[in-house]
Design a protein. Structure first.
Length: 320
């Protein structure tokens, strides 16, 4: 992990920036996903920077939501961990702010219509524009009802990413013709999650898209191995991987001390704060130091594994 990190300079034009996501040696991009605040904000910032260092071309940041209807158990559980740890929409914005202090890598939020509506379209996309969020993916936003969201997003230079699924059928070219940035092609019916096999004829979907637009398309849902990433990138412009990465994070999150994992009881926390500084036995203080050192070792190990996983996936995509 001693490779020199190259910080990319952010671009003001998101359309141009998203085009550059696919400006790779073979025109294929690798796009990883993670959930904001899983298992904590510091970890998310660290993971994003490691993903960039490993070669990620764009990173999707999921804003945790209590009813993520497009997600399978792995990402649902990540949302629960993040929400229990106190992650909010503002917290996700703060993560982006911290990333932007060190990196200009393209970033996309993945969330649902309700959190954006509740936050307020104008307020939400104003912050996206100010902090450098380049795109947003909203799986439960119907194509026919996107106008109000898209108008506000466009005003703040944020691309609303179109999703095309196997069920889109006759609407594929209609959706594709209005797409901006890139198109998210859903590889399989159902929710997100790793799959041992992807049986959908995604190449036929991509062929149909190509008849309507030259906007790049990347395939997601179910990709968990370098072989799958290579196969999907071979028939499209890139591969998107989420659940496989979130599984790595979950494995390490389970090893964290409860306080670090965001599971600290609120009443206990308030009682400890009420004691004030300088209280507590030497044994308690020693325990906290050991826990902090243990947590840091876990974060370091998880970041290293994420780095190597993303690097392998990116190498596979570049061979497509």
């Amino acid at each position: 992990m001693n490779e020199k990190k190259t910080v990319r300079k952010p671009e003001k034009d998101p359309a141009q920036k998203l085009r550059k996501v696919f400006d790779t040696p073979n025109g294929k991009a690798f796009i990883p996903f993670l959930t904001a605040g899983d298992p904590g904000a510091d970890a998310t910032v660290r993971y994003i920077l490691e993903m960039e260092r490993a070669g990620a071309d764009l990173i999707e940041i999921g804003i945790p939501f209590s009813d993520p209807i497009a997600e399978g158990p792995v990402i649902q559980e990540a949302d629960i961990r993040a929400l229990k740890g106190g992650m909010t929409t503002d917290g996700a914005f703060e993560i982006v702010r911290r990333v932007r202090e060190k990196s200009g890598i393209p970033l996309a939020f993945m969330t649902y219509a309700n959190p954006v509506f509740h936050y307020g379209y104008e307020k939400f996309f104003t912050k996206c524009g100010e902090l450098g969020v380049d795109a947003i993916i909203i799986p439960d936003l119907p194509f026919e009802e996107k106008q109000e969201v898209e108008t506000t997003a466009n005003a703040h230079n944020v691309a609303l990413i179109s999703m095309i699924a196997p069920t889109s059928e006759s609407r594929i070219q209609e959706i594709a013709s209005e797409a901006k940035g890139f198109i998210y092609v859903v590889s399989s019916m159902g929710v997100t999650g790793t799959r041992s096999e992807i049986s959908t004829d995604v190449s036929a979907i991509v062929t149909s898209i190509r008849k309507a637009t030259d906007v790049p398309c990347a395939i997601g849902f179910g990709i968990s191995s370098p072989e799958q990433a290579k196969a999907m990138a071979a028939v499209s412009d890139g591969a998107i991987v989420g659940s496989a990465i979130v599984k790595i994070i979950a494995g390490y999150a389970a090893k964290l001390p409860l306080e670090e994992a965001g599971a600290k009881d609120a009443d206990t926390g308030r009682a400890e704060e009420a004691k004030g500084p300088g209280t507590g036995s030497a044994e308690d203080k020693g325990t906290k130091v050991c826990q902090a050192e243990s947590a840091e070792a876990i974060y370091e190990a998880s970041a290293a594994e994420i780095y190597h996983f993303v690097k392998k996936m990116k190498e596979a995509v570049l061979k497509a």
